[in-house]
Design a protein around this ligand. Structure first.
Ligand code: NOJ
Length: 557
């Protein structure tokens, strides 16, 4: 093992788990989850194999965008707990070998933030130019609206201020002007503050918007906006050598690659693979991995110590914005045909199991892909047990319902009256009676047991995260196979996207004499022929991971 594979580049082969404190576990019976609740359930995460816990915003908020509208970047919302509770949680997590990161949402504040309140009140306010103001909105004010169901413009007139302000998201989220050195300094202070409290980095919200100075009047005179991201990263690394930045960048691959910085990677340490995620859904809809393969072939390699974050679901709408209109329609037809399941004309507000008709084999296939595709897997709470959405809940919140711990009322999430829950529990086929942690942890065939096994094997195979991967040709169009090599180790992962069994032959070694293939997920057999070709059978929607070894190599567990 090389020195670079030591734990301080930990994000390279982490298992990231995102949760909303508000909907995870409620310890005081007020219907809202709390930080103490996450602490109490930390061993569920440890057992699952999580190595990095990503907390969605827990800062003080009027909660008009589920906490992404912040009134104090240094605070903890009293409804969720205190700084003390957070430090306890970080300590407990560390004891289980888990790091904690949190959302850094500094593209904008809430309009209730004291900075904005002061800024709008007077042109003389020291905070006035922390935001972006204009006397008249620019001609393209209606271009690039993120929430088209609620907003018609990126510029909002403020009576009190007598000017328009820029807001890329909701109008109650005015954008900060990051070209202002005072704002930049303050953001650094915020980063420094949370690192001191023990966070190991941040999921950075809306990175392209954050660094884009376009709203600023003198934008043309400004240097490369990536300089700012480089500065942020440099500051972060000075303060903590083990801290990371996981960026939300939903752009074409070539542009996303720029956010990793130069060859040594001096900007984001990780970036979500939005394109791969969207192509994966198209592949699933077609029972044909070709689109996923296309994405992987296009995907630039990150700098050596950076990493792609792979995911199949996050807390927002499942965006399909980078597919063509026809492709998006295909995914809508397959996985969300009703209008109520769709959002903003570009995404789905559904979780994976209902999209796949709760087919256990198909679900297992998708998670096997998530853990074996090159990158670091990022899970969204509830995925490990196959939770569904609640379409009765408005907008994106349909997938942010309470975690289902037991079959008890409220899914064991809270003792509050169901009418007092911050978000109602999912009902019916995907409700807590059918889908919960307690039942699945006792069932070796459950999705939870499968995901635990995948997490463990993924951690045992540095080839998958650190290695160089090669897409393997096979005669079956429904099969996706890839090989990952690292430091003499070799792992092959094979996935069948079709509902029919498949037989494939794959070139896994130059010469097959003395070569063995050992199944890592199941008790299976596979023959490597003398010409180095592996012969393999796959069940419908089957997945297999195999370690390829030479005679004389160490015995594979
Ligand atoms: C991206 C977040 O993922 C989303 O939930 C939020 O509404 C916007 N950024 C605004 O912060």
């Amino acid at each position: 093992m090389r020195l670079t594979e030591t734990a301080d580049v930990w994000w390279k082969n982490a298992v990231v788990y995102c949760l909303d404190v508000e909907t995870f576990f409620d310890t005081d019976g007020d219907g809202r989850g709390d930080l103490r609740g996450v602490s109490q359930r930390i061993d569920h995460l440890a057992e699952l194999g999580v190595t990095c816990l990503w907390l969605m915003p827990f800062y003080p908020t009027p909660d008009r965008d589920d906490g992404y509208d912040i009134t104090d970047f240094y605070g903890v919302d009293p409804r969720l707990g205190t700084h003390g509770d957070l430090v306890e949680l970080i300590t407990l997590a560390q004891d289980r070998g888990m790091r904690v990161i949190a959302d850094l949402v500094v593209n904008h504040t809430s309009d209730q933030h004291p900075w904005f309140q002061s800024a709008r009140a007077s042109r003389e306010s020291p905070y006035r130019d922390w935001y972006v103001w204009r006397d008249e909105p620019p001609p393209d004010a209606d271009k690039g609206i993120v929430f088209p169901d609620q907003e018609q413009s990126l510029w909002q007139y403020d009576e009190e201020a007598g000017q328009y302000y820029l807001h890329r998201f909701y109008k109650h989220q005015p954008d900060l002007d990051i070209t202002n050195p005072a704002v930049r300094e303050e953001i650094m202070r915020v980063i420094g503050f949370w690192l001191r409290l023990g966070l190991s980095g941040f999921r950075v919200d809306a990175v392209p918007f954050l660094i884009d100075p376009a709203g600023s009047l003198d934008a043309a005179d400004l240097p490369d906006p990536h300089d700012y991201l480089r500065d942020l990263r440099a500051f972060l690394s000075r303060r903590s050598g083990q801290a990371m930045l996981l960026g939300e960048v939903n752009l074409p691959y070539k542009e996303t690659r720029r956010f990793f910085g130069d060859e040594d990677g001096d900007e984001l340490t990780m970036s979500f693979d939005f394109i791969g995620m969207q192509r994966l859904y198209l592949s699933l809809a077609r029972s044909d991995p070709a689109e996923l393969v296309k994405a992987l072939r296009e995907r630039p390699d990150p700098p050596e110590e950076a990493q792609w974050g792979t995911f199949v679901r996050n807390h927002d709408e499942l965006t399909l914005d980078k597919l063509s209109d026809e492709e998006r329609q295909e995914v809508f037809d397959a996985f969300g045909p009703e209008e109520d399941m769709q959002l903003y004309g570009r995404g789905l507000r559904r979780r994976l199991p209902p999209m796949l008709g709760n087919d256990p084999d198909r679900l297992k296939l998708v998670y096997s892909l998530l853990f074996s595709l090159p990158g670091t897997p990022v899970l969204f709470y509830g995925e490990e047990i196959g939770m569904g959405e609640n379409l009765a809940v408005e907008g994106r919140n349909a997938v942010r319902t309470p975690m289902q711990w037991t079959a008890e009322p409220n899914g064991g999430f809270s003792t509050a009256d169901p009418n007092d829950l911050a978000v109602p529990v999912t009902e019916g086929e995907y409700g807590p009676e059918q889908v919960n942690v307690a039942a699945q942890r006792r069932d070796p065939d459950s999705l939870l047991s499968w995901i635990k096994q995948l997490a463990l094997r993924y951690r045992e195979c540095p080839e998958l995260s650190w290695g160089k991967y090669t897409i393997l040709e096979s005669e079956s169009p429904s099969v996706f196979a890839h090989r990952s090599d690292y430091e003499g180790g070799r792992v092959v992962a094979v996935h069948n996207f079709a509902d029919q069994p498949a037989h494939v032959t794959l070139a896994v070694a130059g010469n097959g004499v003395g070569v063995r293939a050992t199944d890592l997920l199941q008790d299976g057999t596979a023959t490597v022929r003398e010409d180095g070709v592996l012969e393999l059978d796959l069940d419908p929607y089957g997945s297999r991971w195999l370690r390829i070894t030479q005679l004389g190599d160490r015995y594979v567990l």
